[in-house]
Design a protein around this ligand. Sequence first.
Ligand SMILES: O=[N+]([O-])c1ccc(O[C@@H]2O[C@H](CO)[C@@H](O[C@@H]3O[C@H](CO)[C@@H](O[C@@H]4O[C@H](CO)[C@@H](O)[C@H](O)[C@H]4O)[C@H](O)[C@H]3O)[C@H](O)[C@H]2O)cc1
Ligand SMILES: [Mg+2]
Length: 363
Amino acid sequence: GASGAAGNFFAGRQLYANPYYASEIAAAIPSLPSSLKAKASAVAKIGTFVWLDTAAKVPTMDTYLADIEKQNAAGASPEIIGGFVVYDLPNRDCAALASNGELTVANDGLTKYKAYVDSIAAIVKKHSKTKIVLLVEPDSLGNLVTNLGVAKCQEAHDAYISGVEYALKTLNFDNVAMYIDGAHSGWLGWPANIGPAADLFASVYAGAGKPKALRGLVTDVSNYNGFDLASKPVYTESNPNYDEKHYINALAPLLEAQGFPAHFIVDQGRSGVQPTAQLQQGDWCNVIGTGFGIRPTTNTGDPLVDAFVWVKPGGESDGTSDTSAARYDAHCGYADALKPAPEAGKWFQAYFEQLLQNANPAL
Ligand SMILES: O=[N+]([O-])c1ccc(O[C@@H]2O[C@H](CO)[C@@H](O[C@@H]3O[C@H](CO)[C@@H](O[C@@H]4O[C@H](CO)[C@@H](O)[C@H](O)[C@H]4O)[C@H](O)[C@H]3O)[C@H](O)[C@H]2O)cc1
Ligand SMILES: [Mg+2]
């Protein structure tokens, strides 16, 4: 199974370069300074994950998988695999405002969510010969560990658990490797949080029937943390798990002890500049001074870590800075948040230029 013998889908393969993201970049290039144009073209060729953040986007998965099959049949080498983010839980992003989604618990969201998952399963079944990596619900379980004091998270508790377990059971195919969201070192890595986090992850793994397609966890999605830092950033305060390597190596044994032999992948898409310019570890919105990070690779130097990946598409906003907007979250108004910023997911040209300029390794 993917958590054992099936192993690391990324080994000897390449992740599909998301055409949606490539089209956003193509549209951005004309207004870039000439010094950044070639760098932008290089980014468009890098494999990144496609975010299925509305039910209406699910059909694009069928198109992309057909394109992957066409390229593989034509002899693509290494073999191309698809990468998608399952991201449509009711009361999504419950502790923040910026990335709230189309479904709510109050409006029969769990039923609608299951239909969304079923539509993904139908497409996966249709493409049984193509290897597919699915990242399941960023910011969901993490919020159940630290934010049950937030009304929308409290209300979402059962739906998040049922929804994630349903997704894990329903998407448990031989050609799939799933990673559930493990938040990041600055969130669940805190000693007070890591134990409860391990308990929750292990309980969901068991609750979903220990699906063989569940390979482990993805960490640092839409965040900026380094993997293996030479020194401890000031903003990590007293957290001994001050980078993703520390977090993963502290979490893995706790999961193993509860019967969940997890492997990990780590988002490094916006982690090129370390330490970051974050004023506080919890600052997550459009952080200034960041750069594209380590290019996707399986050369991680850690047997627990299958790959470094780019999950959050660099250049898409984390949230609007318009204080009058319905989804305005104060984090996007902080001094370390680049402004003016468009709504979450919308193209943020100045941010894209920042990431290109500060990329490390250089583009
Ligand atoms: O030493 N002590 O005494 C002590 C006491 C208390 C401590 O408390 C810890 O402080 C941490 C740091 O603030 C908190 O971590 C933050 O939690 C936020 C959610 O609440 C996360 O926000 C999400 O970020 C996502 C992108 O990553 C966005 O996509 C998403 O929209 C957005 O909602 C931040 O990343 C994450 O850094 C912990 O919860 C908290 O338990 C810690 C130490
Ligand atoms: Mg977000």
